[in-house]
Design a protein around this ligand. Structure first.
Ligand code: CP
Ligand code: NVA
Length: 304
């Protein structure tokens, strides 16, 4: 059975736990090493990862490239606009061809359905590197960072302030698997998808008041108010104005609370400089952890 990594709700709690533990252990095992050195066990030796980008990326692109090298494998990277995909070659045909050439594929796509279609036609593992609906790879790094800073995530309270977007959806998906409470404060017109809310079940609380969501929380998380592909820029900036994370909002969180942001940040919009660069911010560890998280995801896919 091919192990695709498409969405966190498709994983068992044991799968998710094993990915997080592998990420933590691999990070610890190479502390102080140069970033290009290959891990002792080189689990991706002789393996090639293809990466396809329909949207811009810094963290996902570099972390996956560094990750596959540290695992002893190699990568081929292309923007979809440079591929025949960009001229209308069917996504399923692209998947069938790449399956004959590489050992796994990471794809960042505009449409979630395209990634599902790609996986259906692929005979090698497919990793969702962000779609309009979810960003599971990011959330592995987020969960890892939370456990690094605060210990076991079970029973912790995470508060999301802002857009009920793709990143928020993947945090919803993981909540019942790991047993954390996830409180979301967003404008009524920008709530998460109802199917996703159902997937989160009793672990998820939805409201519109940032203070209510953040009060006593262990972790405060936000993201851009305008995601790649969103058209209603002005309306969004207006709707999200009361949802910026500043020091006053962080002061409502629990003692020792940390701040996360998947980045890129829009300083002065969803977060102030003072929070992002301040002592409660774990966003830079979170960015580094993309490498360790992506290694564990690749490893999990290859083990299938
Ligand atoms: N957080 C994240 O996925 O960043 P990039 O868009 O730079 O890959
Ligand atoms: N929600 C953002 C995340 C970027 C990493 C977007 O989709 O643009």
């Amino acid at each position: 059975m091919v192990r695709h990594f498409l969405d966190l709700y498709r994983l068992t709690p044991e799968d998710l736990r094993s990915i997080l533990d592998d990420a933590r252990d691999r990070k610890a095992a190479r502390a102080g090493w140069p970033k290009g050195r290959i891990d002792g066990d080189a689990p991706a030796r002789d393996h090639v990862l293809a990466m396809i980008f329909e949207k811009n990326s810094t963290r996902t692109r570099y972390s996956f490239d560094a990750a596959i090298r540290q695992l002893g494998g190699d990568a081929i990277i292309a923007n979809a606009s440079d591929m025949q995909l960009g001229r209308g070659e069917p996504i399923g045909d692209t998947a069938r061809v790449l399956s004959r050439m590489v050992d796994l594929v990471m794809i960042r796509a505009n449409s979630h359905e395209d990634v599902v279609r790609f996986a259906q036609a692929s005979s090698v593992p497919v990793i969702n590197g962000l779609t309009d609906k979810s960003h599971p790879c990011q959330i592995i790094a987020d969960l890892m960072t939370i456990e690094e800073r605060l210990g076991d995530i079970a029973g912790k309270t995470l508060a999301w302030v802002g857009d009920g977007n793709n990143v928020c959806a993947s945090l919803i998906h993981a909540a019942p698997l790991l047993g954390y409470q996830f409180r979301i404060a967003c404008p009524a017109d920008y709530h998460p998808d109802l199917f996703d809310l159902q997937r989160g079940g009793n672990n998820v609380w939805l409201g519109t008041d940032p203070v209510e969501a953040v009060t006593g929380a262990d972790v405060v998380i936000t993201d851009t108010w305008v995601s790649m592909g969103d058209q209603d820029h002005e309306a969004r900036l207006h709707a999200f104005e009361p949802y910026g994370v500043d020091d006053a909002l962080m002061d409502q969180a629990g003692e020792g609370a940390i701040f996360l942001h998947c980045l890129p940040a829009h300083r002065g919009e969803e977060v102030t400089d003072s929070v992002l660069d301040g002592p409660r911010s774990a966003a830079w560890d979170e960015a580094e952890n993309r490498i360790h998280a992506q290694k564990a995801v690749i490893n999990w896919c290859l083990k299938g």
